[in-house]
Design a protein around this ligand. Sequence first.
Ligand code: ATP
Ligand code: MG
Length: 491
Amino acid sequence: MKLTDAQIPQEVLTVLSTLKNGGFEAYIVGGCVRDLLLGRTPKDWDVTTNANPEQIQGLFENTFYTNDFGTVGVVNDNATDERVKVVEVTPYRLEGKYSDARRPDNVIFSEKIADDLKRRDFTINALAFNPGSGELIDLYEGIKDMSRGEVRAVGDATERFDEDALRILRAVRIAAELGFAIEPATKEAIAKNASQLGKISKERIRDEFTRIVASPEPMKAILLAKDLGLLKYIVPELLDGIGVNQNQAHSYDVFEHNIRALQHAADKNYSLEVRLAALLHDIGKPKSRRRSEEKNDWTFHGHDVVGAKMTKKILENLKFSGETVRSVSNLVRWHMFFSDPDKITLSAVRRIIVNVGKEHIEELIELRICDRIGTGRPKEQPFRLRKYQSMIEQALRDPISVGMLKIDGKGIMELTGEKPGPRLGWMLHALLEEVLDDPTKNTEDYLHTKVKELAALPDADLRKLGEEGKGKKEEAEEEEVKSLRKKYFVE
Ligand code: ATP
Ligand code: MG
């Protein structure tokens, strides 16, 4: 674990040297130092200094205030790397007084880096590095905790959670992202202070929850959040699935099924929307469970409809964007789609596509994969699924039809004076036959010339040509379907 200048972008090094040339101290600090030491790519670069906001602004050409805590954004317009277009420089700060476990009431600047590190949440986030001198400041054994793989509060954990209760959830999120455990005393303090999360704004909770869901180990993190009593402040509805046994196809209760489905979405690196849908897809089950005497089993009729409504409410409550709310609840709404490729018709597949929307059909398949794995069934049944996917593609592609032609019935009437009637259809199909044989003929030029020839033919001849064309079209359709099946290896 040795840090070198080479790991730090030039723009950040320039910000540091400008501050130092101005007579101030300057360090990179927090998550970026942690990530460098872990061999991860930092998300952003934070600089801390003993200069005050005015002094920082005095040293750089293009700056702005980014928040109420004295942070100055230094703008690097020419930077190609998005993460250094703005480098945030924050004066050393002391923890202010907290009246409501939310935010410091007032910001107090300090002369000492030690004060600034003391106010940070976790030991692994309380590291500062000075690239010029190679000095790495680690006042709280953050490096040791890092090698143990532990998230531990700086100082007394309960006090720190009292100051800002979001830290409770940050601990779980950071552990999920890094694959770390939470150190026992910190964990105990989290459990004890869980109810403080109730005071935190939905937006801040959403941001941490999103990162938990997007992490590599969301199942473990959500189980941990449940065990520590945090889940009730995030998605309490999930808890209703605990102990709700399902029908015989399932090995797990509803809660475990949901989080296992989510974990599979993470293992497959699916999008945030699919992950959220996986987590929430059966959220409506506890409310919809009924006993069927006939089947001697549980049924959950309507849980998709109930679940979609609940999903909307849950995500709205957490202040997710309208777009996310719509996509996720839409996936939950349609997750029960019938997909037996041996029994389903193409028109039923088309209806599913229309229901969920063309742009979401891929996600709906992904959700189905997660759902299956989440039941504890070992396989995704790849053959049948691929066959179903080939049917989707078939339903999605433009059909082979006279609509492909660069001329239509109206165009023919204008060009030739033909009246509406069967002759128009024969002509179009005759043209289609030629175009299927040689697609380069599908130009206005060619078709206009050709259609005038056709218009001169008597009915009988034209009908013959038209019918030949129709046969050709059906042949071409079959060919396409064959090649689609081949593409998905289901021939
Ligand atoms: P990432 O950049 O990956 O989101 P991070 O740890 O850098 O993770 P930031 O939100 O960028 O998180 O915060 C930067 C640093 O500020 C943290 O590493 C930590 O030292 C400190 N910090 C952030 N939020 C808090 C908080 N609520 N309480 C105390 N310190 C915090
Ligand atoms: Mg950061």
